[in-house]
Design a protein around this ligand. Sequence first.
Ligand code: KG4
Ligand code: ZN
Length: 336
Amino acid sequence: MSLILAIESSCDETSVAVVKDGQTILSNIVASQVKSHMRFGGVVPEVASRHHVEQITQVTEMAVTQAKLNSINEVDAIAMTYGPGLVGALLIGVTAAKTLAMIYQKPLIAVNHIAGHIYANQLVKPLQFPLLALVVSGSHTDLVYMKEDGDFEVIGETQDDAVGEAYDKVGRLLDLPYPAGKYLDELAQTGEETYAVPRAMLHEDNLDFSFSGMKSAVMNLVHNANQRGETIDRANLAASFQQAVVDIVTTKTLKALAQHPEVKQFVLAGGVAANSAIRSALVDQIATHHPDVEVVIPPLNLCGDNAAMIGAAAEYLFEKKQFASLMTNAQPGLLL
Ligand code: KG4
Ligand code: ZN
């Protein structure tokens, strides 16, 4: 049981949270840099680092104030994301966390960002093991089997692009702003499936994914229509792409659940967990085929990057006294 101040700065959100017992959010301030990166059509690492430096002190103060703490001294530990992510961005959060741990003489806890996404679900419901997590973010698409806290077995993963990356690339072809996932999701809801988008690896006997071919397929559809002088129905193309993604992620998730009948809980994680069609398809399909499995999906504000999820994941490390040294460095390529 603990009070943890957590810092997340792995990409383009500067976030600081205060979380109690890994379950209750006392504050979760997220300063997004999305507007600064939008005009470049993607995150510019140098710009991200500079924004983190400018924001981190103020965001920390806001998190402490909103949690109604008189001082950071009242927390039991300082947690930080130390990877994976952009090295320059990670370094700002890591340096801030190490500095606070040193000044206030608190234990330091190093959290994997992807573990954080999974533990965002602990802020909704207690995790029940064994569990299956589907991580769908801008850089990851993984099926993760967990026997207990901190035990992450990746049983399926993407062979190329992450699903969020595919959303962003296809969104760009459809002239949607960056990051396109949310806009493509909204556009898809106004259309219907009329275009043939391939579902790679769907029937292969494994739990892996492939999304890179989808971008080429959509590009060819747009190109061929242009050559024939036809206009593409953007909403229908978005709906066709989204349906292909939904089919792939639900099929692979059901396959994983069939292979692991002992699983008690399914949790969805990562920025793409905000997707309306993926959320509802997984709820429906798991209820139909595996009614005994509890489905937990984070609210929209906990799907994207935020520090509360890092505070949630830090709790079991705190309980096990798995503290990090003040020499801990950012690890941009950190694996689960
Ligand atoms: O987890 P996240 O915030 O950052 C990483 O750790 O990568 O995920 C960001 C990704 C972006 O690719 C964004 O386009 C996507 O999540 N995303 C969505 C939706 N909202 C965000 N993709 C599909 N549908 C959405 N509603
Ligand atoms: Zn993330």
